[in-house]
Design a protein around this ligand. Structure first.
Ligand SMILES: C[S@@+](CC[C@H](N)C(=O)[O-])C[C@H]1O[C@@H](n2cnc3c(N)ncnc32)[C@H](O)[C@@H]1O
Length: 340
């Protein structure tokens, strides 16, 4: 499932988007040719919808079509369908369902919302608009955190795995994938969005991870918000994929993003630093003496964060490592608390 998130990321630099579903296309203005209904097989339907999507300028036409047809036939990908299903005629009901889902795609709805679920780090998560769809590079952030945890000696007297705070949990992708791979750990997941908090709760239940996660509705820019978190501390790790898009770049977002996803999940203010600096300001009060912060950021941020930290020696935080994403861009930061 990595491909779609990658596509969505590339869409960030795609055509200029705007709020509200794109116009110029009525969802029901395409109907399957009735003479073909009931005789078309899955491969033909994929080709047909690929062509329709291409004609309408829908990005990733073939992938969109394949995911939708596979979903209606009960599989995650077209390639994973039993080969016999590629050529078996579809029923009128299946064709109608495919048409219904494809009409959403024609309205530029992301495939993840159309299908209602998406995989992240091997977990199947429910997806509901407008909650942010997890991107594939965020899987790399999770992998980095897991590597670091594996390398750390357990704290003296510690009887469990690290206590982790995730800021801006969205669908719960980061928090739940960490929990599923760190069976001794506990996570506190906060988000200011009600829909995000609800969806993380649903996903935690769905994955039977609800006993090791506290999901807290919290705006981390609110006055004194850290006092809500203090009783659960000290925390070993803070992890976040915060809103980090530079405000001036918001108008470049693809229609898939700006019509359906919560823009609060993306807009990081003038230099994309509003929530990043808020996390860095709060974290020292919550972290244990050698605690760490792992962040996903824009490629311009490593330098900005480094100089911002130099201007705030009172925080006693140092940027100790920067990692590149699968496209070779510096996208992940490890910031560590140093001894007083
Ligand atoms: C980029 S999304 C990341 C979601 C999820 N962690 C992921 O990687 O898929 C950022 C999240 O931060 C949340 N957020 C934005 N501002 C916030 C704030 N001031 N306090 C808490 N959460 C915030 C948004 O609601 C959104 O869910």
């Amino acid at each position: 499932m990595k491909l779609w998130g990658r596509i969505l990321w590339t869409l960030l630099s795609g055509s200029r988007g705007r709020r509200g579903a794109p116009q110029g296309w009525a969802p029901n203005s395409w109907k399957p040719r009735s003479s073909l209904s009931g005789q078309l097989n899955a491969t033909e339907v994929v080709s047909h919808w690929t062509q329709v999507f291409e004609q309408r300028g829908i990005p990733e036409a073939r992938k969109s079509s394949e995911y939708i047809v596979a979903h209606v036939l009960g599989a995650k990908t077209f390639q994973s369908l039993r080969p016999v299903l590629w050529t078996k005629p579809l029923t009128p009901k299946q064709l109608q369902y495919i048409q219904e889902l494809c009409s959403h795609r024609l309205q530029r709805m992301p495939v993840q919302y159309i299908l209602g679920e998406w995989d992240f780090q091997g977990l199947s998560l429910k997806m509901e608009p407008p909650v942010f769809i997890p991107r594939p590079e965020t899987e790399e952030l999770v992998e980095w955190v897991l590597e670091e945890v594996a390398q750390r000696p357990p704290a003296v007297g510690a009887q469990s795995g690290p206590l982790i705070l995730e800021v801006g949990c969205g669908s719960g992708a980061i928090a739940l994938s960490l929990l599923s791979q760190l069976p001794e750990s506990q996570v506190i997941a906060v988000d200011k969005g009600e829909a995000a908090v609800r969806l993380t709760r649903k996903n935690a239940q769905r994955l039977q991870l609800q006993d090791r996660i506290r999901i807290v509705p919290l705006d981390i820019t609110s006055e004194g918000c850290w006092t809500h978190l203090l009783p659960w501390g000290p925390i070993d790790l803070v992890v976040s994929n915060p809103p980090y898009v530079f405000h001036k770049d918001m108008e470049q977002l693809a229609p898939e993003i700006c019509s359906y996803e919560d823009l609060v999940a993306l807009d990081g203010g003038e230099e994309g630093m509003d929530i990043i600096t808020r996390i860095l300001t709060l974290a020292p009060r919550l972290l244990n003496a050698s605690g760490s912060i792992f962040l996903e950021v824009d490629p311009r941020h490593p330098e900005l964060v480094s100089s911002w930290l130099q201007s705030r020696p009172d925080l006693r935080l140092s940027l100790v490592a920067v990692r590149k994403d699968f496209c070779g861009r510096p996208r992940f930061l490890h910031v560590r608390k140093s001894a007083a």
